[in-house]
Design a protein around this ligand. Structure first.
Ligand SMILES: Cc1cc2nc3c(=O)[nH]c(=O)nc-3n(C[C@H](O)[C@H](O)[C@H](O)COP(=O)(O)OP(=O)(O)OC[C@H]3O[C@@H](n4cnc5c(N)ncnc54)[C@H](O)[C@@H]3O)c2cc1C
Length: 382
């Protein structure tokens, strides 16, 4: 892979690597132990990422991004995904749903978003609807100068600190799924957002997932994203793209654990030989090596197809996300095994990799949802 990197991509990759390893990695253990992170620290780091030209690296020029090619975007992604989940947010992998902003919304909101001063998140999931978005019950009704939303959302990434929450709500219960929902840009200080809670969870510590209700939440017409009834498409396009990011996060975590396990196996001795000389360890190392490379190739293929706007990009993205997320769990399990008892202790990040890997099989579409899409595609003979 290295050889195909041209000079500019290599430079971008080095910038990202230096920033991630010198500024973000040292903070990981403290954030994980506290299950929290100082918002001011994150804001300062985002400002550094902006200054380095990394923030919003995935956006096209039309949205004020750098319009990088696929090789550069992947190079940054791989470097960023070396660090822990709450810290990857610093780099500003921004939702492509921003492409649905109209001119006035772009002028009003993009400058804050692109400079990392205003944060965006999206809220699809609710108590009765996760994989199956047809179960969405948060509803919006038209009033004279806007909309009123009522409902509840759960498991929403950093809703408590986001400035703009893209809320998917029902606008026409009788319409087909693709025309039934509308995405609203709801500002966090809207008095209609009530009862914000924070989940305690297994991993991703310091990255907060929230639940909240929308009660008589008034949203002006100017804060509809795209057109009324077009909310599903406005969200889903972004989510398909985010699946590559999610797959890269599994890859980064697996790659880092694998490298640490190889180093450890070379140093640690048992029964008169280095761990690396025992065949049982070698086999785990080999399986990790192959699976990581397979995930990387699937991700690169999916990213290239997305970049080319190829109609098969969606299925390629599902393949990459499914394989990488399941690979991340297998590899982090083997890595922990190679470390023995030390892998289970919080002195090293190995147990964190194991905890963090698990969520990737659920978020951005569960493994089962990816399998359903892939099987449908294969069985249709495409
Ligand atoms: C770390 C994390 C971050 C998240 N961030 C966000 C966010 O920012 N915004 C947001 O909106 N949501 C977010 N989510 C929510 C996430 O998108 C949902 O959890 C996910 O879509 C699954 O929905 P669910 O939890 O309701 O499970 P369900 O849909 O209830 O599914 C439960 C189980 O049943 C399986 N299942 C469901 N239907 C079928 C079927 N037809 N065939 C076979 N199996 C099936 C599922 O695969 C799963 O294993 C996040 C979740 C996590 C874990």
């Amino acid at each position: 892979m290295e050889k195909v990197f041209d000079e500019e991509v290599a430079m971008i990759r080095d910038t990202a690597r230096r920033f991630v390893r010198s500024r973000l990695v040292p903070l990981e253990a403290g954030i994980d132990a506290a299950d929290d992170v100082d918002a001011d620290v994150l804001a300062r780091l985002r400002a550094e990422a902006v200054a380095l030209g990394l923030y919003g690296f995935n956006l096209p020029k039309a949205l004020g991004g750098p319009g990088l090619g696929v090789a550069a975007k992947l190079a940054i992604l791989e470097e960023v995904c070396f660090t822990s989940v709450p810290l990857t947010e610093v780099i500003g992998h921004l939702p492509l749903s921003l492409g649905y902003f109209n001119r006035e919304q772009r002028e009003r909101m993009l400058p804050g978003i692109l400079t990392g001063k205003k944060l965006v998140t999206y809220a699809l999931t609710e108590p009765g609807a996760g994989s199956d978005l047809s179960g969405i019950r948060t509803r919006s009704r038209k009033v004279s100068d806007g909309w009123v939303i009522d409902g509840a959302k759960q498991f929403i990434s950093h809703a408590e600190t986001a400035d703009h929450i893209l809320v998917l709500a029902l606008t026409d219960a009788q319409a087909a799924l693709k025309r039934r929902l509308t995405t609203f840009i709801v500002h966090r200080n809207n008095p209609g957002i009530v009862g914000m809670t924070r989940y305690r969870k297994m991993g991703w510590r310091g990255y907060h997932l929230n639940g909240f209700s929308l009660e008589n939440c008034v949203v002006p017409e100017s804060d509809v994203l795209g057109e009324a009834g077009g909310g599903f498409l406005a969200m889903i396009e972004s989510i398909n793209h985010d699946r590559i990011f999610s797959a890269c996060r599994s890859l980064g975590l697996a790659q880092r654990g694998h490298e640490m396990a190889c180093n450890y196996a070379r140093e640690r001795s048992a029964f008169g030989a280095k761990l690396a000389e025992h065949q049982a360890i070698q086999f785990m190392v080999a399986d990790n090596d192959v699976e990581i490379e397979a995930a990387r190739l699937l991700i690169h293929r999916a990213a290239a197809l997305v970049d080319a706007d190829d109609p098969t990009a969606r299925i390629a993205t599902s393949r990459a996300k499914l394989y990488a997320s399941e690979m991340g769990c297998r590899v982090s399990d083997r890595v922990l095994q190679i470390f023995g008892g030390m892998g289970y202790m919080c002195e090293l990040p190995i147990e964190r990799f194991y905890r963090d890997a698990r969520a990737f099989r659920i978020g951005e579409g569960t493994s089962e949802m990816q399998r359903i899409q892939i099987a449908r595609h294969a069985l249709a003979g495409r």
